[in-house]
Design a protein around this ligand. Structure first.
Ligand code: GLV
Ligand code: MN
Ligand code: MN
Length: 442
């Protein structure tokens, strides 16, 4: 692949960009609903605040901005092709680069966030003054859009990827009835945020409006750290299903009820959680986690009559993931039958595995080589067991992802980290990837 444009990617400029990314990750970490922790969920006041900050930073690098009907914050750098007048290029296809600004509870400060901020720095590095003398434009044969997705984690409503599903045009109107922990429906939360549920379809993008989607993200696993490498190309993103399960037994006196008379729902749920581990451990490509477990009525002296728990099930391939769910369901029948319990499940999220486009894998590989010219051999190629916005966006355009080393692989935890040096390499690699893509025949 040949490069047609040579923007200034000197180490000092890229290092300054990385320092800005790190400082802004700190700044966004202060926008939180939980003092002393980081928590920013969909359609919250914190969501509105980070969108305002992101919009400011988008305008600072010459982008026009809008918040779409699903609360995604979008910046657009128009191309300078054709007449060179920005207004005439408003409909030009765009390369989307982005990630998400929402978080899990007690989150780290980089998951999603670093990818949005790196995308803004790529725009800063690549943009050129507009021929009309007003603002900046993209020197590439396409527009560049930076997207800060509003909900990737699904923390508030259980269903993940709400922001990117709206962009992909795969929004399901049943989701409006989803409720948060306080019983607020998604519809009510959207109205309170200032969005019009009736206009959600306007967030959808058409495939012909897009050149592709690129995302930089921390790895959220230990592979790069173990290999002593900074960056990787992502080959595919795991398929995921999430369930809320209920076990029903009988609440009775904790002192007076002999063991042979108990139908303890919490013990049934606990045995189910162990079965998840046992069954998934036996599988190479499927991983299951019970992250929530609650007993009812929840008193110290009552045998639990009901238990609620969550199940997050991921696989490299949809078929293997589904086969594991089928075996788990059979196992739950056995466990609950033996204990005299009933169980039921509600699926709250289902996303198919997404293969990263071979062309975008190639341009990211070339971008990594540009950032790391002394790397012996090919850059690492990793499969992503973590979910990403590209899982939805894959329905409308090609997806490519760049992973950054995440020390000790710890993520969804306050200790989540990435080094400024790796962010600098990542920015350089992402910028070069975009240039390689621009040099590809379209
Ligand atoms: C998102 O981070 C997920 O993989 O759950
Ligand atoms: Mn996450
Ligand atoms: Mn993420």
């Amino acid at each position: 692949m040949t490069r047609t444009l040579l923007p200034d990617l000197t180490p000092d400029r890229v290092a300054a960009a990385a320092r800005r990314v790190m400082a802004r990750c700190d700044e966004l970490a202060r926008v939180t609903a939980a003092p002393g922790e980081i928590e920013r969920v969909y359609l919250s006041t914190e969501h509105a605040r980070v969108n305002r900050l992101a919009a400011e930073w988008m305008r600072e690098v010459g982008m026009s901005t809008r918040q779409d009907a699903a609360g995604n914050q979008i910046g657009r750098l128009h191309p300078s092709t054709g007449s060179g007048h920005r207004a005439s290029d408003r409909d030009a296809p765009a390369l989307m680069i982005g990630s998400h600004l929402d978080t899990v509870p007690d989150a780290g400060r980089f998951d999603g966030i670093v990818g949005v901020l790196m995308a803004l720095e790529v725009v800063r590095l690549l943009r050129v003054p507009s021929p009309s003398g007003e603002g900046s434009v993209s020197p590439l044969p396409f527009a560049i859009e930076v997207v800060a997705f509003s909900d990737e984690e699904g923390t508030r409503f259980g269903k993940a990827l709400l922001g990117s599903s709206a962009v992909a045009g795969t929004w399901n109107d049943d989701w409006w009835q989803l409720t948060d922990a306080d019983g607020t429906t998604l519809r009510q939360a959207a109205l309170e945020f200032g969005l019009d549920p009736g206009r959600i379809g306007e967030a959808a993008r058409r495939p012909d409006e897009l050149v592709g989607y690129l995302e930089a993200h921390i790895e959220q696993g230990p592979e790069l750290d173990r290999r002593g490498e900074s960056l990787a190309v992502v080959s595919s993103i795991a398929s995921a299903r999430r369930f809320q399960l209920v076990v029903e037994g009988e609440a009775r006196h904790a002192g007076g009820t002999p063991y042979d008379m108990r139908h303890d729902a919490l013990l049934g749920a606990s045995e189910a959680a162990l079965a998840v581990e046992r069954i998934c451990r036996g599988e190479h490509h499927v991983i299951g986690t019970v992250g929530q477990l609650e007993a009812f009525p929840g008193a110290v002296n009552i045998v639990p009559g009901e238990a609620h728990f969550s199940l997050d099930l991921r696989g490299e391939f949809d078929g293997e993931r589904d086969r594991v769910w089928d075996s788990l369901s059979r196992e739950l029948d056995v466990i609950m039958g033996r204990r005299g319990l009933r169980w039921r499940s509600r699926e709250v999220h289902n996303a198919a595995a997404v293969m990263c486009a071979p062309l975008l894998q190639d341009v990211i590989r070339a971008g990594i080589r540009g950032a790391l010219p002394d790397l012996p051999g090919d850059p690492a190629t990793l499969f992503s067991p973590a979910g990403h916005d590209g899982m939805s966006i894959g329905a409308i355009t090609d997806v490519g992802m760049l992973f950054l080393r995440n020390p000790d692989g710890i993520s969804h935890h306050p200790d989540e980290a990435v080094s400024a040096a790796d962010v600098a390499l990542g920015i350089r690699a992402l910028a070069e990837s975009v240039l390689h893509l621009a040099a590809e025949p379209r």
